[in-house]
Design a protein around this ligand. Sequence first.
Ligand code: GUN
Ligand code: FE
Length: 414
Amino acid sequence: MLIKGNIIHTMTKDAFEILRNGYIYIKNERIEEIGKDLNEKYPDEKVEDYTNQLIIPSFTDLHFHAVQYGNLGIGLDEQLLDWLNHYTFKEERKFEDLDYAEVVFRAALEHVIQSGTTRIVFFSSIHEKATKLLMDLCEAYHITAFVGKVNMDRNAPEYLLEETESSYQGTLRLLEHSEHVKGIITPRFVPSCTINLMEKLGSLASLGYPVQTHISENLNEIDWVKSLHPEYEDYLSVYDACQLIGPKTILAHCVYCTDQEIKRIKETGAFVAHCPTANLNLTSGIMDVKKYLDEGIQIGFGTDVGAGQTPSIRQVMVHAIQVSKVNQMKYPERKRISFSEAFYMATKGGGQYFGKSGSFEKGYSADFLVIKKDPLCEIRKMTLIEELQRFIYAGDNQKIDKVYNRGRLLHSNH
Ligand code: GUN
Ligand code: FE
């Protein structure tokens, strides 16, 4: 299949690659080639003609609580620990009920796809059946996903507490699923998991299974971890000692990570999910995202629904740039991130967690968005970068014409 249009992507964080009315040649769900006049080189291929429309990689969301979708926007006057106790745990309890779970998951998945995200890493709840249902639905909607059954065996309401062994066994049963939807080990955060449970999960992680968790989001949370585990030097060391940190680990938030923790994140190749929207909503703090980028750490965005109020990575990109400007205004020695850096994080930065995805290089998964033509862009004779900026900052989901994942059309907006 050939796709024709104005192709824009970021192979590196500092530069856009642009091809005006060029072609993407897709073979077996992957990018085979991009270039001019590929219709002449491959005359027998079917052409999807999006002349003068932007074509960009679809978005990656590294951190989304599918079970919190029903709580969007609710309770955001609270900070993390009160918000969990007053709103979040009560909502997650409802996922014992598979009928309720299915309604919420379908609504969340449809909103995710309409927002242009086709690769996503989900937290579910502690419930094994609901988690399996979410995996099956991800498959049915043809997105690419990791889905984790949450592990919690301490400091939670009775109704969300698991026995250590059954928590571990539940995770183990869900780890293998399919090529495109995989299980992921999901200890909620240190306060919710005993060392015994984290060590058991770490033994699975050391076999090469993926891991996701939260770290250093909120100052009260960090104090709590210190008081639970004074024997460890810092928050990351608790996970590290349990063998939970490696190149397949996603660490959500990292608002207050120390230089030493950042160094260790770099050494292990772990990914960071930057969640600026949620960090604002829960008054958690300002993460110095430019520092992580400049260190060469693997980093992408998380919407962190429901602490984040939107499944749109496009909006999270804007929040990230704006928060980084506040960071620079508050601490002049710190630096803001650029538009291309934010676009890179939203596409290839997070996409790397899934392997070859998030740009249009040869061999990469053919996951992309087609953006509608904007008459004002034509009249104003904008450059393609300006058109992209206008879509990212001032657009909405209605401006997304088509959503493709692995070369397959998932959503069309008419
Ligand atoms: N830390 C532990 N659990 C959660 C959660 O559900 N959301 C966020 N934002 N942080 C957490
Ligand atoms: Fe979260």
